[in-house]
Design a protein around this ligand. Structure first.
Ligand code: NOJ
Length: 575
């Protein structure tokens, strides 16, 4: 294996003035006006688990600011922050009670501005999460709706309906919450009688907005402008496939094996309705008023790349997460198919494909890729799950999978901690779990806490350097010291060094803007392609294969005597 090198960043980023008067400059490898998002490596920060400066056990914005140099050294182009807006934290911030303020847990608006400025100074763009499908039940509008009468303007901002049955005691339809249990909750009216029901596709603390209401549309334009005027570079749009529901709200029974976020099935009356695209056409025009290629990325769990590509037609969003890729096993034929299908589907609408292997909703890929077929990973894994992954196999495959992904043309998303090779934390005790999925299913589904454990920075510090007091909102495993960033930084063979080398070589060789040409003749278990002057070969099989001649640019594991071992990917320089 070659020693990974870190490329010198030669670009000279300039701080951005907040709003529409921003000056052209050069940013993280791509000049303004270059549609940076087409090729960017974007690093997801899950703020509560990234870095805690206050010592309360929950990460915060000053913590992020203090760690930006580490991210610059990793070589990423942008960060995406999961929600830090004001929220009762019933769903870790995806239940927003004030879209234009920072939750005191994470700091203040000035902490946000400082973080944004510091990121921009380092050439790192900043994308924030926007949660338009639902608010918190503590949002001013929902509280007003509860206090108001059926049929009022206040109720019309959400999806209130009368129940069925003689006394309205049966929910308006049979929809189930993504987190388990019914998707409807009945309210008590002002006079104390049982009243209407409201829709919540997620937790009962997350009532769905009614996007057929112009007041809702106008409010979200205001929210977009609030953050754009502060200088953010874009938004990751939560549940971007869910805003519009089918007329008449027809009954629907989901597939019990669908993944954690739903939406993998066809023709669901609350996912991917045609009307949702109007919202993004409107936002596209709004974003275009601002300089600097501000971007929208759709979190739309649709069944195929072709369907997901509808979100990135030229007048809609700029990127969409490629969940079909994330859900593909470590299996060469399946990988070849999804890569080819993705590139074709997104190119057909003029958009780049994105690539992603982990995020805060799925089992970390250093564990997921070693799960066995009998273990449905869609709902999390825990102490009683069958077929637990073997850590060494998982890490080997994760490194190989990332080495493959970072060679693909388009934009790639990384999730905090994957650059350290963090596995899913399986042994979280029930009383420490916090995901609403765990509570709404009475512990039947473990949910997502295992991928959200605060990350380790320093082997010998309290909470591995995550917080100065040693507190952490989810328990960190005792064996994480060897995965801490400071240990890995000095080790050429570490996962961190591999990520740095891959990102640097990807930038240097322009792989994000490249094109893929398949290579044949390596056998069924191999994914092989050329992108520009790099040949990429990934072996998903159980036995080593012969390697062609070539200078090794990077490899996910040790290579010797002209052979590529099982579960290993290599980048070779073409002659
Ligand atoms: C998708 C987010 O990624 C997830 O964490 C959240 O629970 C749901 N949307 C609801 O907002």
């Amino acid at each position: 294996m070659t020693s990974p090198q870190t490329a010198e960043r030669t670009d000279a980023p300039a701080p951005r003035a907040g709003a529409r008067d921003s000056k052209p400059g050069v940013w993280g490898g791509a000049p303004l006006g270059s549609e940076w998002w087409r090729t960017a490596v974007i690093y997801q920060i899950y703020p509560r688990s990234f870095a805690d400066s206050s010592g309360d056990g929950i990460g915060d914005l000053p913590g992020i600011t203090s760690r930006l140099d580490d991210l610059r050294d990793l070589g990423i182009d942008a960060i995406w922050l999961s929600p830090f807006q004001r929220s009762p934290q019933k769903d870790a911030g995806y239940d927003v009670s004030d879209y234009c303020d920072v939750d005191p847990l994470f700091g203040t608006l000035s902490d946000f501005d400082l973080m944004l400025g510091a990121a921009h100074e380092r050439g790192i763009r900043v994308i924030v999460d926007l949660v338009p499908n639902h608010s918190s039940d503590q949002h001013e509008w929902f509280q007003q709706a509860l206090a108001a009468a059926p049929g009022s303007r206040e109720r019309a901002r959400y999806m209130f309906r009368d129940g069925k049955g003689v006394e309205g005691e049966v929910p308006p339809n049979n929809w189930e919450s993504v987190f388990g249990g019914p998707a409807w909750t009945r309210v008590v009216e002002a006079d104390g009688t049982p009243g209407q029901w409201y829709l919540h596709l997620f937790d009962s603390s997350q009532p769905d907005f009614d996007w057929s209401n112009d007041e809702v549309r106008e409010e979200f334009r205001r929210i977009l402008r609030f953050w754009l005027d502060r200088g953010v570079d874009g938004f990751r749009v939560d549940v971007a496939h869910g805003l519009v529901k089918a007329a008449g709200l027809p009954d629907y029974t989901p597939d019990p094996d669908a993944g954690s976020m739903g939406g993998e099935e066809a023709d669901v009356p609350y996912w991917g309705q045609d009307g949702v695209h109007e919202v993004y056409r409107d936002w596209h025009l709004l974003m275009a008023e601002y300089e600097g290629d501000r971007a929208l990325c759709a979190e739309a769990w649709m069944p195929t790349p072709e369907k997901t590509a509808l979100w990135v037609r030229p007048d809609e969003m700029h990127q969409a997460f490629n969940f079909a890729y994330l859900e593909t096993a470590w299996d060469a034929p399946a990988l070849r198919a999804v890569i080819a299908e993705s590139i074709a589907a997104y190119a057909a609408v003029g958009a780049p494909s994105t690539w992603v292997l982990s995020n805060h909703d799925v089992v970390r890929h250093a564990s997921r890729l070693a799960l066995t077929a009998e273990n449905p990973q869609g709902h999390g894994i825990g102490p009683d799950s069958p077929g637990k992954p073997i850590p060494e196999v998982g890490l080997r495959r994760a490194r190989a999978a990332t080495t493959l992904m970072l060679a693909l043309p388009g934009s790639a998303y990384l999730y905090q901690g994957e650059e350290l090779g963090l596995p899913e934390v399986i042994d979280i005790p029930g009383d420490a779990r916090q995901d609403p999925t765990w509570f709404r299913t009475n512990g039947e589904r473990y949910g997502r806490d295992g991928c959200r454990v605060p990350i380790p920075w320093t082997a010998d510090a309290p909470a591995y350097g995550f917080s100065p007091t040693g507190d952490a909102w989810l328990p960190q495993p005792a064996e994480w010291a060897h995965l801490a960033r400071d240990v890995q930084a000095g080790d050429d063979d570490s996962t961190l060094s591999l990520y740095r080398a891959l990102i640097a070589a990807r930038r240097e060789r322009g792989l994000g803007a490249g094109a893929l040409e398949w290579l044949e003749g390596f056998g069924t278990d191999v994914v092989a392609f050329r992108n520009g002057d790099v040949t990429v070969i990934g072996n998903t099989g159980a036995t080593a294969i012969a390697l062609p001649d070539g200078i090794v640019i990077a490899a996910s594991g040790p290579i010797s005597s002209g052979e590529l071992p099982a579960d290993t990917t290599v980048w070779l320089a073409n002659d």
